[in-house]
Every structure is written in C-alpha cells, then in structure tokens.
Design a protein around this ligand. Structure first.
Ligand code: ADQ
Length: 747
C-alpha cells in the first residue's frame, strides 16, 4: 500500500512537471499562430477595402474615410482603426483609437526611409499591452497603382486569443492527465499480475522443494537475500550498542531460552587450595576466557572444561558441575577430569608442542608424537561425550573453542547430527605448506569440518584454512558462500574478530590513572616522574617478550635521555611450564632482563621490572592505567586481547599503544603505533615516539580506538556468531522437515 502511495505521489509530481512544461510550449505555439492569423486577417480586411479606401484617399474625403474605418472597426475583434498619410500625419481615426499608436510612431516600420520606393513599403505588426489587455497592431500600406498613399492601422483585440489559449490548455491538460492515468493504471496492473505470477511460482517451488535446475541459482540468491534482509532487520530492530542485554535478547529470540554449551579446555574459574588451607577462586590468564566469560554470563548455559584446579573436585556436585561466577551463579561449569597421562599427551604434547607452534610463525619446531595424538583423539572423544550429556535438545547450539578440540565438532555431529556446532579457532591458521608438516592434518581438517560454522579472527586465516582443505581433502570450496562442502554438508568459514566486554568490568573498579601511578611508583620505588612502559603476557615465545626487552635495551642505547627515567614493567604469567621449550623461554627472558638491568641499572634504578607471576585482572588493570606506553610485541598472535585491554583501561584517554604488526589486533587498532617487533631499530624508535607524543595526539588516538572497541565488543562477536548459527539451524530444521516429508511421500 505504502509503495502504491509513493508511486502515485511520484506520478503526480512527474505529471505536474510535464504539464507545466507542456503548457508553456502550448502557450508559445498557439500565441505565434494567433498573431500570424490576426496579421493575415488585417491584411485581408485592408485589401478587401482597398478600392474604396484609395478612392476616398485620393479625393481627400476625410469623412468618407472615417466612415469606412468605422465600418471596418465594426468587426467584433477590431477595436480601432486609423488612416495615416505618406508623410505619417493622421488623416482620420476611429473614436477609441489608442493614442500610443500614433502615425508618426508606426510610419518608420512601414516605410523604412523617406525616399523608399513603393516596393519597399511593407506591412508591419506587433503585440502590445493596454490596460484592458493585449492587442495586436497592424500597419498595412495602401497603394494606388503602385503609388503609396499611406497606411491603415488596425488594432485587434487579443483577449479572444487568451480565452482560446486557456481553453486549449485546459483541454490539453485533461487529455494528457487521462492518458497518463490510463498508462499508469495499465502499468501497475500489468506489473502486479507479473509479480504475483512470478512470486507464486517461486513460493510454490520453495514450498514444494522442486529441484528445477533453471531455478536453483535464483532460489539460492533469494534465500541469501532473505537471510540478509532478516539479519539486517533484526539488528536494526535491536539497534544501538551491543550490550549483555542485547545479546540476551538476541539469543532469546533465536534460541527461545535454550542453553548454549561451550566446550573449552580452560575453565573460567579455577578453585585452588591456599597454603592457609582455604580455597580461593582464580581467573586464569587466558585470552579465550577473557572473551568468553562475559558472553556466558550474558546468555547462561554450560561451560564444559578441564577441571585443572587443585580444589576443583571438592567444589563440584555429583555431575561434576559448579555454578559460577561466585555469588552470581548465572551459568554452570561442567568439569571433565583428565589423568596426568591424558593431560600430558593431549594438552602439553599434541596441543601445545604440536599444534601451537604449527599455527604460529614463531620459529619453534612443532613436535608430533603418535602417543600424544592418541591421547588427543581420546580426550576429544571424552569432551565431546560430556557436551552431548549437557545438551537439552536434538539440535543444540554448541560452541567449540580452540585448537585443543579440532576433532570434537565431527564427534559431536556423529552423536547429534542436527546440532549446530560453531568452532572458533583462537590462534592463527597456517598456510597449507606448513600444515603439511602435521602427520594428522587430514584428520584435523575432517574433524573441524564437522562444524556448521568455523570462525577465525581474520579473513587471512579463513583463506589459509580453505586453501588447506583444497589441498588435502576431497571437498568442494564454495567461494561465493565462503564455505566448504563435504558429504553434502556445508561448513561456513567466516572471520569473527574477537573482542572484550564493554565496558570491561575491571575498569570500573580500578582507581583513576593518577592514583594507580602514584601507588605503583611507591610499590616499585620509582620516582614520581618516572616514564612507565608495560607488557602483560603469558610467558610464551609467541608473545615476543625477548624482542620487547631487546627493544627497550635499544631505546636506552639510542636515546640516552631515557636512562634512569624509563622503566619497563613486564607482567609475565608462567604458562605451560611442564614443556621444556617454555622452561627455556622462562630462563632466557629472566637472563635477558638481568643483563639489561646490569647494563643500564644505576643505584636503585632498574630499567626492566620482571614480575613473573599470575596477576588477577584488577591488578593488571592498575598497571595498564599507570603506564605511559604499553608494548605488545607478539611474533604471531590470533588477535591479542592485551592490546584491547590497555585501551579499555584508559578512560583518561592517555597512554600510547605500540603494537606488533603480526597480531590480529593490528588490523583493527590502526591508531596504535604499529611496528615489526623483529626490527629493534623501528620498535625502539616507536617507543621513543610514544614517550614524547603530545597529550592531544594521545587523546585523539585513544578516543578513536575506544570508540571502535565500544562498538565492536565481545557481545557483538558472540551475537553475530550465534545469530548466524541460529539462522543456519532454522534453515536446517526446515530442510529436515522437508526431507522427512519427502521421505514419507515416497513411502
Ligand atoms: P592468549 O594467547 O591467551 O589468547 P591474549 O589474547 O593476549 O592471549 O590474552 C591474554 C589474557 O591473559 C589477557 O586477558 C590478559 O590480561 C591475561 N594475562 C596475560 N598475562 C597475564 C598475567 N601476567 N597475569 C594475569 N593475566 C594475564 C588466545 C590467542 C590470542 C587471542 C585470544 C582470544 O593466542 O591471539 O586474542 O586467544 O581469542
């Protein structure tokens, strides 16, 4: 209806425009015609009366001439007439003859010059406006046997022309309007009939599932379009920023209260025994947990994870579940227990000595042992089973997290064929040549393709994955849909760059920047005017901690003014310490820090403060807030949430982020100072720039990055992924019903 009104309005405007232009043309054309007619008429009148006129003229019979003119002026359209002598004096004129058309004024138009011969005399006419309306004035020569006697002036009333013009215009407009309206109605009716026929046909095909080959491309496009429109409409309706409420709302709409099951190796809350015999709850240092925990708090459900804390077993119920967060209890952790051999083979071995270095370009050699692989397979099966025990429908939504569970999507699908499994890979995906190192690459790819959606941080990782499938598996790549089709099932491969909750809850409980700074300087015995740099990492060789410390050394080397003033604080949570490579890394970082401190330390000044322990998030946020610069120097990183946390912590819009170009975050946080961490000259120069950046420049950069993070937060990340999954599921449900229906019909 609205569309029809809009169409009619457009039609009316178009018609008005056409009518306006049309009437101007009609006016000009008819006016020219009428003027020509009047001129000819005047000449006819004069030539009809020429004989009599010439006779009275010659005899200078003025009263007879006057009578003749009065007779001519009897014509209803001729208002007045005058007879002018060859010398332009007035011989006679009718009673109401207008003064402005004097013989002397008109004469030169008839006779161009005083000695013009008879053949140069010519009739002349013009239109003039009198108070009563327009008139046409014609001056026509009167000749007597080739000898000019003078000329007659006839003044024609043109009001009849205006009347006729108005009538013609009215008629034309009416005819035109009728024509246009008829054309519009015919067009609308034809279009509606055609549209209805086409959409009936399409609907019929969609409903019946008929596989008419000629319609298949159109149907796919229509489905895509409908999906996209629905998605856009939904997000428009939700509107505004992504918040926990909006995520909850989105999930309620799509999932109708069903719970989400997350499978991740790391649990968000670890219960540990303390030395004093009590139990404490710790937040592990993990980017995955940092990102997913707020999502889980927003949408509830079950988080299936390895129970790794020393007091974990004491805090669960009979089903190995515990409600978290402490005091809030909005979702459950289902803990899975692993034997030390399982943990060694699956976690430390295959996951962290094999897959982790395989996926990161950080010059660590991947180690693949077949015993580790066996454990990896078995543990994946155990976790997949645990997930299947926790679901509450035949087609649940399951979020499988990270490289510890590459096989789980297929294992879950085997037990729950209708599940919508989203696998999110938090680390980079290697190119196919590098993946080729792994003896079980095909099994990994097959396992992951059990998912309905495969998410990576960047398009680059998606491309690498698709290229690997193309190289190693029998599968079709659907580039248009960004998917892989295998055994008739499609796995969408999409980028979903992860982020933080916004605002980060620790930010609101952290004291203001000046206070954090003062407390920190006191604690570390730094002078109040110290320049502070900060790094926050798990102690992992991919994080480039060595390169970072070397860049600080280079800074002090090249810019001596910072010696004694600049202190770099490295918070380093020990990680995977069972693995030899990590022990070596720990040692070499410690040695390096000691060497730099030895070289540039003086009195109580030490340029590097290495705090090698786990810090709870509120403490980490104090460091972020106190710092002048945060340096994230990963050699390769899926995203890197430390960079985003630093920005989130800086409500004061101060501080500078120096960020490695090899992080996923560098693609989003473009206002950071982006560096190649291997290039110590460049990195140290960036640190020096950061320390001298004006407060306005700091503010502008921070403001822009904070605005980005506020919009692209973790609720959006989860919301988009879950909404995509839910849409896939409703489509699968439809297809499932269709298949059942067709199967029943075939029986
Ligand atoms: P991680 O490799 O764990 O994550 P990252 O994204 O940097 O890396 O997150 C680390 C988290 O641990 C942050 O929340 C940080 O505050 C915390 N943390 C680090 N050091 C700490 C310390 N000393 N004490 C306490 N907490 C500390 C993986 C990928 C990343 C990806 C995330 C999320 O390797 O690329 O960004 O998953 O997908």
């Amino acid at each position: 209806m609205r569309r029809a009104v809009r169409f009619l309005m457009a039609l009316v405007v178009a018609l008005a425009l056409v009518a306006w232009v049309g009437s101007a043309i009609v006016h000009r054309t008819t006016r020219a015609w009428f003027e020509k007619d009047v001129s000819l008429r005047a000449q006819l009148v004069v030539s009809g009366a020429r004989q009599a006129l010439a006779t009275h003229w010659r005899k200078e019979q003025r009263s007879e001439l006057q009578g003749l003119l009065a007779e001519i002026a009897h014509d209803e359209r001729i208002m007045a007439a005058a007879a002018c002598a060859a010398d332009f004096t007035t011989l006679t004129r009718t009673k109401d003859y207008p003064d402005q058309f004097g013989c002397a004024d008109l004469g030169p138009h008839v006779r161009p010059s005083a000695d013009s011969p008879a053949e140069e005399w010519k009739a002349w006419g013009t239109v003039a406006t009198l108070p009563g309306g327009d008139v046409h004035v014609s001056a026509i020569p009167v000749l007597d046997a080739e000898h000019p006697l003078g000329f007659v002036v006839l003044v024609h009333d043109l009001s009849f022309v205006q009347r006729r013009e108005a009538t013609t215009q009215r008629f034309m407009l009416l005819a035109f309007g009728l024509l246009a309206a008829t054309a519009a109605i015919v067009t609308i009716v034809t279009a509606r009939l055609a549209w209805r026929g086409w959409s009936d046909e399409l609907r019929g095909i969609l409903r019946s599932g008929t596989k008419r080959p000629e319609f298949q491309p159109i149907l796919r496009d229509v489905r895509d379009l409908v999906d996209r429109i629905v998605a856009e409409k939904q997000s428009d309706r939700d509107g505004g920023a992504w918040t926990p409420q909006r995520l909850k709302h989105t999930l309620n709409r799509y999932l109708h209260g069903e719970k989400v099951v997350i499978l991740a190796n790391r649990e968000p809350y670890v219960h540990e025994h303390t030395k004093s015999g009590t139990i404490e709850v710790l937040h592990p240092a993990s980017g995955l947990v940092t990102a997913l925990e707020p999502v889980m708090r927003a949408c509830s459900g079950v988080w299936v994870a390895h129970g790794s804390g020393s007091a974990d077993k004491q805090t669960v119920d009979k089903q190995s579940r515990v409600a978290v967060p402490p005091g809030e209890e909005s979702y459950l952790i289902r803990r899975v227990w692993l034997s030390p051999e399982e943990e060694k083979g699956y976690y430390y071995g295959f996951s962290n000595e094999g897959l982790w270095p395989l996926c990161h370009i950080a010059h660590a050699r991947p180690i693949f042992r077949s015993e580790d692989w066996k454990h990896y397979q078995a543990v994946n099966q155990r976790f997949a089973d645990a997930v299947c025990e926790e679901v509450d429908s035949e087609d649940p939504i399951v979020l499988v997290q990270d490289y510890h569970f590459a096989l789980a999507p297929r294992l879950i699908r085997e037990r729950l064929p209708r599940a919508t499994v989203i696998m999110f890979w938090h680390i980079p995906w290697p190119n196919s040549a590098r993946l080729g190192i792994c003896p079980w690459r095909n099994a990994l790819l097959e396992g992951m393709l059990g998912a309905s959606i495969l998410g990576f941080h960047t398009q680059f990782d998606c491309n690498n994955f698709v290229e690997s499938v193309d190289r190693f598996l029998e599968a079709r790549i659907d580039r248009e849909q960004q998917g892989v089709v295998q055994h008739g099932r499609t796995t969408l491969v999409r980028p979903y760059p992860i982020s933080l909750e916004w605002p980060v809850r620790w930010s609101s409980t952290t004291p203001p920047a000046a206070e954090c700074r003062r407390a920190l300087c006191e604690e570390l015995e730094l002078p109040p005017n110290a320049l502070i740099g900060v790094g926050v990492d798990r102690l992992d060789y991919t994080k480039g901690v060595e390169e970072r410390l070397l860049a600080v050394e280079c800074l002090l080397d090249r810019y001596p003014e910072y010696r004694g003033r600049f202190t770099f604080i490295q918070l380093a949570a020990p990680s995977r310490t069972v693995i030899e490579r990590y022990q070596q890394y720990n040692d070499s970082v410690e040695k390096l820090a000691a060497r730099i401190n030895e070289r540039f330390g003086e009195g109580s000044y030490r340029p590097i403060v290495l705090l090698r322990r786990h810090h709870e998030p509120p403490v980490v946020f104090r460091y972020y807030r106190a710092a002048d610069v945060c340096y994230v120097s990963s050699l390769h990183d899926g995203m890197n949430l430390v960079a985003k946390e630093f920005i989130a912590a800086r409500e004061d819009e101060r501080g500078v982020l120096v960020l490695s170009q090899f992080t996923g975050a560098a693609r989003e946080l473009t206002e950071a100072l982006i560096v190649n961490p291997y290039d110590l000259g460049e990195a140290s120069a960036a640190l020096a720039t950061a320390l001298t950046l004006s407060t306005e420049e700091q503010r502008d950069r921070m403001r822009s990055m904070r605005a980005f993070l506020a919009e692209f937060n973790v609720y959006r990340w989860a919301g988009r992924m879950l909404a995509d999954a839910a849409r896939l599921r409703s489509r699968d449900r439809l297809t499932g019903r269709l298949t059942d229906h067709l199967a029943a019909a075939a029986r």
